[in-house]
Design a protein around this ligand. Structure first.
Ligand SMILES: O=c1ccn([C@@H]2O[C@H](COP(=O)(O)OP(=O)(O)O[C@H]3O[C@H](CO)[C@@H](O)[C@H](O)[C@H]3O)[C@@H](O)[C@H]2O)c(=O)[nH]1
Ligand SMILES: O=C(O)[C@H](O)COP(=O)(O)O
Length: 310
């Protein structure tokens, strides 16, 4: 057992946290790609409860990750500061992906502590934010706090987290047993000290969560990580094909960290994933019999520590 330090979100009252916060700046960062349907609710509820009412969060920043829908307007209308990921530090170029949006957030936020939350939450509450802040505001040795929760799946209360169960947890068991007590290693709800996040290499896609955990435990040991029980959380479920791409990114980042490598190396090759589909599209069905290979290029890129550019 690694003994990841574990808390419950109501171990601290809002008043205790407000006092512990003192002058510590707190930024909520919400990476969002095509989340016009949910991002406004996420922003509005946090703003009403934790900015307007108790002053625990100093800024709510949505990073619009190349959305093609009305995410920008929905987030801005709900009171967030909104930046388009591609327009932040244009001198550094742009990549698609959630990790890219989170990395870019370091250039447009000012909090000493950053709380990340997904924009597609459907069953959640604002206690996620104070829950994640608790250890960072009161336990000085902690650098990174992961949320965990019950994850209702489409088929029942325990059916959640396909990539978590089939990719992340096996990787952790085999390569990083110091993280085996982390209940939801892929949770998008987590918090981190700015300085620490700025010292990490950040995969531009979905590997940002596991890579951050691995690099933190490798550099600082398990005591730098805490986790908080946030109760229950439901979110939008991606199709298996998209989760395959997520799995490739997570495997690439973890395997890269498992072998000695030139730390300045950026993976140049973006491996395709291939899946045979029987009914890909109407057009394919018309002209082809049997399974059709459906290839998709998965971008594998890592940003160097943001502190390099700050
Ligand atoms: O290119 C992208 C893709 C997604 N997102 C946003 O990132 C959040 C989570 O994305 P989602 O596609 O819903 O991820 P999940 O399938 O739910 O994946 C889980 O596992 C991932 C891998 O660890 C984490 O990054 C996620 O936060 C976590 O919810 C949402 O707000 C998205 O809008 C972006 O900002 N840019
Ligand atoms: O955390 C995960 O494993 C992915 O987000 C997939 O979750 P889901 O199986 O609940 O859609």
């Amino acid at each position: 057992m690694s003994g990841t330090r574990t808390a419950h979100w109501d171990d601290w009252t809002l008043e205790e946290l407000r006092q512990a916060k003192g002058d510590t700046g707190v930024s909520l960062v919400v990476p969002a790609r095509n989340e016009a349907g949910t991002v406004g609710d996420v922003v509005a509820r946090v703003r009403e409860r934790l900015v307007d009412t108790v002053e625990l969060v100093d800024e709510i920043v949505v990073i619009d990750s190349d959305s093609t829908d009305a995410t920008y307007d929905a987030a801005a209308g709900a009171g967030a500061i909104v930046h388009r990921s591609a327009e932040i530090r244009p001198d550094l170029g742009t990549h698609p992906g959630k990790g890219e949006a989170m990395w870019k957030s370091l250039f447009v936020t000012r909090g000493d502590v950053i709380v990340f939350m997904d924009a597609d939450l459907t069953d959640w509450d604002t206690h996620f934010v104070p829950g994640l802040l608790g250890p960072l505001l009161t336990w000085p040795d902690v650098q990174l706090v992961k949320g965990f929760y019950e994850r209702p799946g489409e088929d029942g209360p325990l059916d959640g987290g396909r990539v978590t169960e089939l990719v992340a947890r096996p990787l952790i068991s085999l390569l990083h047993p110091a993280l085996q007590d982390v209940v939801q290693p892929l949770a998008g709800e987590w918090a981190v000290r700015r300085q620490h996040f700025a010292s990490l290499r950040v995969p531009t896609g979905y590997a940002v969560e596991l890579a951050s955990l691995v690099d933190t435990v490798t550099a600082l040991g398990p005591a730098a990580i805490a986790q908080v029980d946030l109760g229950k959380r439901a979110h939008g479920h991606q199709p298996l094909l998209d989760l395959g791409a997520m799995a490739v990114q997570i495997l690439a980042a973890t395997l890269h960290r498992a072998t000695p490598a030139d730390p300045s190396q950026t993976h140049a090759e973006n491996p395709p994933t291939r899946r045979e589909v029987r009914d890909g599209s109407t057009i394919l069905r018309q002209f082809l019999q049997g399974p059709v290979p459906l290839d998709r290029v998965v971008e594998i890129v890592e940003r160097p520590p943001a502190e390099t550019y700050l």
